[in-house]
Design a protein around this ligand. Sequence first.
Ligand SMILES: [Zn+2]
Length: 215
Amino acid sequence: MALWGIDKHSIATPVLTVGEDPPEVKRYREDFEKDRLPRPSCLSSQCRVQRWTLRWRRRVLDEDGRPLRPVPIRRYRCAKHGEVTPLPECLAPCCHYLAHVIQQSLEEYAASDKPVAQVLCADGPAVVTVARWVAQLEDPATPGRVARMLGDSCPEWRRTLLPAVEAEWPRPGRARPRAWEHLQMLRCLARSLSWAGARLIPASLLRQAWRAAPS
Ligand SMILES: [Zn+2]
């Protein structure tokens, strides 16, 4: 009975705040809208992929756990091999958080000795999620994989890329040695793959370097 008397407008309803796009998402949306996204390649250089439909990543979260507007993803098809749909570099495979959130957690973890529970300690990813991401930096198999990829793309990376990366990101006194070394190698790899100057390690690269299960 009491409920009937309540003015529904006086009941507080949660407001879903949509977060502002970080620069790399803004750039991606512009490229998408202006049709500037490069056509992906397929398994063979003989293949010609055709534009197909669209899909949307509807749940995309920033580092504070705020949702962003859905992100469109262009799908392509190869007549021989089927769907070829590259994920935008700002998104991580099978993960609601933006790729830069994963990178930020790696950077915070590697550059300090603070416990994982204090890495990205906003309202964003859960501690277990961050722990899964940063565990890859401590995996003894990581440097071997990354070094092989670096050897393929830039055999002289220790002489050419590493000094530049170390000049830009000097090692903090409290850095975790192994994690920091692996992070610097990933930064070298990102640069060697023509991401010169880019501060974002593409999610596809993180995944390839780790060969990890989707996180
Ligand atoms: Zn093909």
